[in-house]
Every structure is written in C-alpha cells, then in structure tokens.
Write a protein that binds this ligand. Sequence first.
Ligand SMILES: Nc1ncnc2c1ncn2[C@@H]1O[C@H](COP(=O)(O)OP(=O)(O)OP(=O)(O)O)[C@@H](O)[C@H]1O
Ligand SMILES: [Mg+2]
Length: 357
Amino acid sequence: MNKRPIILGIETSCDETAVSIIQDNESGIPKILSNIVSSQFDIHKEFGGVVPELAARSHVEKINLIAKKALDESGITLDKVSAVAVTSGPGLIICLSVGLNFAKSLASSLKVPFIGVNHLEGHALSPRLQTNINYPYLLLLISGGHSQFLSVNGLGSYTRLGTTIDDALGEAFDKTAKLLGIEFPGGPKLEKFAEKGDPNKFKLPKPIINKGGCNLSFAGLKTAILRIMKNINSEQAKYDLAASFQKTIEEILYFKSKIAFKEFSKNKVLEEKNFIVAGGVAANNGIRKKLIQVSNENNFKSIFPDFELCGDNAAMIALVGLEKFKQNKFNNLDLSASPRLPLDSSAKFLKGPGIKL
Ligand SMILES: Nc1ncnc2c1ncn2[C@@H]1O[C@H](COP(=O)(O)OP(=O)(O)OP(=O)(O)O)[C@@H](O)[C@H]1O
Ligand SMILES: [Mg+2]
C-alpha cells in the first residue's frame, strides 16, 4: 500500500467548479493525478460579468459530477483519500458555501481530516506544483480580485509589501475589455486584440507610479479608456487603445517590480532570489516577457505557473491542503466561509478614497 498522502481539493469561490486529486511525492513536487475545472462562461456571458446566484446554482448542479470525474481520472477510490481540502475564502459567500458543505460531508463520511484553504494561498503556492522553491520568495499575485506584492515566508506566513489601492489588475483587464466591446470574459482575449494595434498611439496614465512604494493603482486607466472611447469609432483605433493599455500595464509592473525587489531584499541575505508571478493575469504573455526582463536585470529568478495553473483550479487548493496536512493543521467542521480573507492579516486596509500612501 502506498503511504504517501492523497488530497482531494475543491474550489468553488467564484465561477469555476473544480476538483483535483494530488499525491505527495518524494521529490517534494506532488503528483497531480487529476485536475478538473469546469468554467461557467456561457452562463454569465449575457450579463457581461459573474452573477453570484447563477454561479452558486451551477456549483450545486455540477459539484458531484466534477468530483466523480476527478476520481475516475485519477484512478483513486475514495477510501484512499487522506484528507479533503476546500477553499474557505475569499470569494462569493454563496459559492464558497457550496464547496465547503460538500467538502465537510465528504470528509466526515470518509472520517478523514477536513482542511480549509485560503484561495490566495493556493495561487501563492501554485508554482510549487511544478518546481521546488525555497522560502522566502517574492510573490506578485495578479488575479481577478487581488494585485499584491508579498514576501512568502512560509506556509501561512506572508508579509504584504504592496497592494492595489483600487481595482485589481484582472478587473482592470476585464473592465477595459468590456469598454472595448470584447465579449465576456474579455480579460484573456484583450492581449490578442491588442496584437493588431499600435502600442504607442495613446498615452495612458500610470497612477501612483512615483509614489506609494510598490503599491499599485489601476482605476485611472479605466477612466482614461472610457474618455478616449467616446472619441473613437474605428476598429483600428480600438486595437491601438488595447495595445496602449497592454503596454502601459507592462511598464507599470516593470517599474513597481523593481521597487518590490528592493523592499524584499532589505535585511536579507539569500543565496537565490525567486520572483513568483501567480494568479489569472500571470497567463498574459506580454506581462510574462516584461517581468522576465526585469527579473534578469535585477538578479531575480522569475517563475510562473503553467498556463492551466494560473487561473482558478483545485490542484492549488489540494497543494495547500497537502502542506497543511503534513503539519497537522486541520479545521473543525464548523469552519464558515470568509468572503474577505487577506494573506497578511496585519497589513493596513488600503482601499477607497482618501488613502494616504
Ligand atoms: N491572458 C490574460 N491577460 C490578462 N488578464 C487575464 C488573462 N487571463 C486571465 N486574466 C484575468 O485573470 C482574472 C482571473 O484570474 P483568477 O481566476 O485568478 O481570479 P479570481 O479567482 O477571479 O480572483 P481572486 O483569485 O483574486 O479571488 C480575470 O480577471 C481575467 O480577466
Ligand atoms: Mg483566483
């Protein structure tokens, strides 16, 4: 019998119903036995954004099926599962509740540990599904709801160095795509759209570029795009605007990463300085190229998760579950969903008007 723990991970925090089964491995890199992700793009398309009630209903309808598919594909039977891990926050509360309730029932019926996972910690550790990375490392988390530079000190230990003071980067991509008339979900399609345009055609703002350390701000870009859109009517001008947006984001991240490198390196002697870029927006090729460049120039090694592990998935949730399992960090079955669950709970809340940087 194989004694290496097997974790069943579940993710339902937003509009992906996902179940994955992973197994610990002596290499330190767990084996992904299955990783099923079912997206709900078609359900939300006509509304131009995620409708929480419809998302939750779809999770309820699909979770059994997706779990069965993940088990079938892994070749694992339920009696071999060592623990059940599930996203407990942050996310849409009614969506989180579906995964949590399913996970609790499963864990209690199997009589195995139940482990609640912070979705952001899933993104933060996701490259560890492919490569061994020593702590601490610098993380840039760029997703639909978050944009932060963090020092990842160890499992459950994070120091936030910078955060967005308004929109998340994925949100900026989604909103810009919507203004440009790109069909939902527009964020991932924007880069392709931009390839047909001239990136130097429009000069867009780079909010707080010269202040606030490695904090970020993207809301001003959306306002600028809205203003420019009122005065353009050709398809080519839209391509040019998309290209200008893509280039501006690359430049902001290049500049702010340099500041984050300095802050992360302060008072540290490290043999190897790793820069992990994770979250849905890490799938953007132009951003990847620019961040590889800035890392090379500053003696950091850049590491990106594979494309299928950038967006929401349950393998990253199972991974955090596995690391917690090894440290006996389990939860009781009364764990509730947390719509807001920061990685660094001691960091100041930096959102809204009147923020002093
Ligand atoms: N190639 C791409 N270029 C730019 N943005 C992208 C790309 N692919 C995905 N995104 C963006 O990534 C976001 C989705 O990422 P992810 O699934 O990690 O976010 P989320 O789970 O909604 O938010 P969070 O993880 O913060 O709770 C969306 O905003 C989407 O537009
Ligand atoms: Mg996510």
